[in-house]
Design a protein around this ligand. Sequence first.
Ligand code: ZN
Ligand code: ZN
Length: 179
Amino acid sequence: MVLLIAKFFASIYEVSYTVKQSIRLAEGSVSLVYIGWQVTGNIWFYSCGDCFSEAPELSGLALGLIVLGYIYLCTPLFFFCCLCTCLPVLLVVLFFLNRGTRNPASETLLRSLKTEEFDSSVHTRERSCPICSEDFSNRDSIVVLPCQAGHYFHETCGKRWLQVNATCPLCREDLMSEN
Ligand SMILES: [Zn+2]
Ligand SMILES: [Zn+2]
C-alpha cells in the first residue's frame, strides 16, 4: 500500500533517479516476499489435514487467498503467452502492410537502364556510390538512372535498390512516371 502511494507521488512529481530506483527495488523485494509467502501458505494449508473440519470458514478463506495468489502470479505468464501467440500474426500483418508501400521497378524499366563503365575523367560528380559508400574505381560497372540529374550507382547496388523502390535514392524522383 505504501509502495502504491509512493509510486503515485513519483508519477506526479519529478523525482530523482535514486528515488525511482529505490521504488523499483522495493517492488522487487515485495514480489519476492509475496512469492515466499505464497509458498509458505501452500505448505501450511496442505500440511494441515483436518483444518477444513475444524475451521471451515477460515480454511475456505485461506483457499480463496491461495487461488487469488496463483492468479496474481500467473498474470505476467498469461500476458507473455498472449504476446508469443500474437507476435507471428502481428509480423504477418506488418509484412503485408509493408509490402503495400513497396514500389518495385517494372521489368521494362530495369531492362531500359543504361549501364556504363566508370571513368574518373567522365564521371566527375560522384566519386563514391551513395548506396554502399564505396569509392568508384575505373572500369566499375555503374548504372545511370533516368532521373533529371542522371545519378549513377554501382550496377548491383542500383538494381538491387530499384527492385525494392523505383525512385532515385539521391533525388527521390519517381522513375516509373517516365515509363
Ligand atoms: Zn555501391
Ligand atoms: Zn537522381
